[in-house]
Design a protein. Structure first.
Length: 166
């Protein structure tokens, strides 16, 4: 949702959750409006500093306890050295006691990074999807084609099995 009208539209569709893009993390009025819908919020944090993230979390939790904070690097495709997955550890330390869940919104090539994000605590993985990465447009090069998406999902399902119980 990019504005209050789109939040209302998504709410009318009775969707399971609302995603707020990185560009609107500091739009506290939009966050408040979305939080009041009492649907889980997935909030992307690309382009933001920790103070902006803290203010967004405080605003949302004032109205809604179902928050998934998405680590994101807002470039397409994102370079590996710019991903800073350790931010997930910072978010866990700062917001874990408030029961904020973590996620990862990725725009890099390949599937290794989402698997790593999962191991660092991300319970939601967001990736762009395309039928053909060679299509025109900024998102296609950083998107996953069907077979690669299937492999990523397969590998994400393997991890908890491989970890076992102890």
């Amino acid at each position: 949702a990019w504005d209050e009208e789109s939040v209302d539209f998504l709410d009318e569709l009775d969707i399971a959750a609302i995603k707020i893009p990185s560009a609107d993390l500091s739009n506290l009025q939009l966050l408040k409006h979305a939080a009041k819908k009492q649907r889980p919020l997935l909030v992307s944090t690309g382009m933001s500093n920790i103070q902006e993230v803290e203010e967004a979390v405080d605003t949302i939790l004032g109205y809604n306890k179902d928050l998934i904070l998405m680590q994101c690097t807002s470039t397409y495709p994102a370079r590996t050295e710019d991903l800073n997955l350790n931010v997930l550890k910072t978010y866990k330390e700062k917001f874990g006691s408030r029961e904020v869940l973590l996620g990862y919104s990725g725009h890099e090539k390949g599937i290794t990074v989402p698997l790593t994000a999962y191991m660092l605590g991300a319970c939601v993985i967001e990736r762009h999807f395309t039928l053909d990465r060679t299509m025109k447009g900024g998102d296609h090069a950083a998107s996953l084609e069907p077979e690669v998406l299937k492999r990523m999902v397969r590998d994400l399902k393997i991890i908890p099995v491989a970890l076992g119980n102890f």
